[in-house]
Design a protein. Structure first.
Lengths: 195, 195
DNA sequence: AGTATAGGTGAACGATCGTTCACCTGCAAT
DNA sequence: ATTGCAGGTGAACGATCGTTCACCTATACT
């Protein structure tokens, strides 16, 4: 069988998995590939397993491999150029979810408004991925609750003092007044801007 | 059954799915939950389905729902505060992969070096998600091949002229000379910075 | 004390799964 | 012209799946 043909089967299975979050059964593949025999599927699956597009667990259940699912392809050095579809295998691939979300329970995404962090490369409209926690270190970018509202700023801790620094010369540092507590709500772990 | 207990079962199943990319069978759940009867699992699964943590397809196969997998939780307005684990359901959730990768075949991720785009909020070390294509519009941020090397810049098209603009006053626009062609390799669709 | 009831065990059921067998077909190489 | 073989059909197989049944605890509530 042509490698190119095999790849088409691979893509159909990947699409099925993406849609259904489950691998197709042999019967489903028969419909999917327009074949009328389970044995044809059986041989086909064997090729897919050989090509490391899938695995079989101890009881024959079909399991997708990293190679099949392959999130986004990472280009080590752009200088090498973009890989052609044929040499796709060269490019390492990963899921953005696993890359950016170490702890799903405590991780949230929210949109930033205002230009106070623009010199730190955070523009209004950007999404930030934050990890819910009440402590942070000096220099962290945090989501803080102060003066009745939430804001995203640099956290500063010096000489027992604690305050918030913007990254924009037109804004002033926010120093908590007496009786107005500064609550750290979350720490910014990543920034995402979509065009 | 306590909702809290059900949630623990849910988490175990989610972990299983994350690791194996496949939902556990009833037999596997028996080991997973330390139960000795399939029927106990059967009743448990019914609860999970009722709670919309999973679905059953036409032939009884267990399929994870969006609610089970839940990528990252999105906070509409931070003003509303962070949801407690109990009210998690309020927060909409999504996968970053589907959010940022519309077309997986042609999408790549690469690291930016240099400070030439810093005023556009792209700092050295940031990752950019690019879509492989040879055409782009005026104002797009592109990966271009010129003068024997790759670079990330704004694309400008005016009066039949085409050139590259940096987003940093210390850098000069790159205007292709005679005999030195400007090749657009990809269009930047998103920027990711991880702290 | 009596009794529902939620949650579990253990065994049996048919359905579907993946696997295997024998056989057919068309193309390519000899 | 003949052979070899990759790739397909169709039917049968046991294994495992999800489902269902009867029955057994505990605990909570009259």
């Amino acid at each position: 069988m042509n490698d190119n043909v095999l790849e088409q089967y691979k893509n159909k299975i990947r699409n099925f998995y993406d849609e259904n979050k489950v691998m197709p059964t042999y019967s489903e593949m028969m419909k999917l590939f327009d074949l009328k025999s389970k044995n044809a599927i059986f041989k086909l699956v064997k090729r897919l397993v050989d090509a490391d597009y899938a695995e079989k667990d101890s009881s024959g259940r079909l399991v997708p491999t990293q190679k099949l699912l392959g999130g986004i392809k990472i280009l080590g050095a752009v200088e090498a150029g973009f890989p052609t579809p044929a040499e796709e295998d060269i490019a390492e691939s990963m899921s953005l979810d696993t890359y950016l979300i170490p702890n799903r329970e405590a991780t949230f995404m929210l949109r930033v408004s205002g230009e106070s962090m623009i010199d730190a490369g955070i523009q209004p409209g950007d999404m930030v991925i934050v990890e819910r926690r009440t402590d942070a270190r000096d220099g962290d970018i945090v989501v803080a609750f102060i003066d009745g509202g939430y804001t995203v700023k640099f956290l500063r801790k010096r000489n027992g003092k604690i305050w918030l620094d913007p990254a924009n010369e037109s804004f002033e540092p926010i120093v908590p007044q007496e009786g107005d507590e500064l609550h750290i709500m979350a720490v910014v772990k990543a920034v995402i801007r979509k065009y």
